[in-house]
Design a protein. Sequence first.
Length: 274
Amino acid sequence: MKYLSCVHTHTQFCDGKNTMEEFAREAFARGYRSLGFTPHSPLPYENDWAMKEEDLAAYKAEAARLKNEYEGKMEILCGIEWDLESGALPQGLDYAIGSVHSFSKNGVHFSVDYEQALLRKVTDELYGGDFVALCADYYALVVKSALRRGVDIVGHFDLPTKYNKDGSFVNEEDSRYLALAFDAVEEILRARPGMFFEINTGVMARAGKKMPYPHEKIMKRMLSLGARFVLTGDCHALSHLDGGYEESLRLLAKCGGKEVYLLTAKGFERQSLS
Ligand SMILES: [Zn+2]
Ligand SMILES: [Zn+2]
């Protein structure tokens, strides 16, 4: 089975390396059914990765132009990666991925996925070296984010493990760590049965990990509780398109998954893994 879609794509409107037009051309050349754009939602503080509030209208206009250009050939979706620290969800979008990237501890604001050295520093200085304690704060916010009205897909569930390729932050199968992740999964699915989560391969292309988010153990727990999955590349460059998809679908099958979902203009479409 070929999964010909990506609905998590960053472009010129935030921290992507390619334009929406370039992504559309490349996705179409690869035979994609659907391509969804998800600029980082505007944030109330200085940063170098999110869309600016004043660019929202231009973003929507460019998405509308491309929708028109590819009509009948490939579905273009106008979404957003809605950060928990952003304000209200902008109106008139097709869907939202709900994500947590940053939060504060003891008055210090930081991002968990910005730089490995920063993550190490905040773990040591704000959490006394206890990375699982940092994850406890993160997962509490992921639950809050996932339950916001308007969120369609939970983004990169276990993002703090981005720089854990060598296991130096946490053993991702450690029971204290997993209990936190499992509790968050349960809370989300209790409130929103059948919720969609990403299998996000961005961590493979951008941080050199061998497997996507979420970790195999978490994916299994999600499946056992009725979660559904959408596969995305969290693409910031054309070269990220469908990177890691085959491994991810194999992992999903290994975890007992029977299906994966593809987002189209008509909603989520089920695809059997077999
Ligand atoms: Zn993100
Ligand atoms: Zn993203």
